[in-house]
Design a protein around this ligand. Structure first.
Ligand code: ZN
Length: 114
């Protein structure tokens, strides 16, 4: 079974800081993310895979994204790749989330329309 993978989504769409986790979890380098946001202010959100799992956000995804949005004080993108489909949500600090109009994963770059 494939492991989950993750990356940080920059405002440019570039996916950076790739990591590999276990079959049903993956994490991010929180210190790197905070340093990047403080120095460049261009962290748009997070990308991870669900192989071969659920195409939507898990309860843990929701809790994690709310915590990050609270930390950043603004909405953040949660993009999930499952099988050959990619979906993404904008997640707020109040826990609300809204699926974006469109999202395309191309290589190591993500393009989305809010
Ligand atoms: Zn997930």
């Amino acid at each position: 079974m494939a492991n989950e993978r993750s990356a940080v989504v920059l405002a440019s769409g570039r996916l950076v800081q790739w990591r590999e986790g276990g079959a049903a979890h993956v994490d991010f380098d929180a210190r790197w993310v905070l340093r990047r946001e403080e120095s460049k202010g261009d962290v748009a959100g997070f990308f991870h895979t669900h192989p071969p799992g659920v195409p939507g956000m898990s309860d843990r995804d929701r809790r994690t994204m709310q915590a990050w949005a609270q930390c950043f004080g603004r909405d953040l993108l949660c993009a999930i790749r499952c099988r050959s489909a990619t979906r993404a949500w904008l997640c707020g600090k109040d826990g609300a989330r809204r699926e974006v109009a469109s999202v395309i994963l191309k290589g190591r770059s993500l393009q989305w329309t809010p």
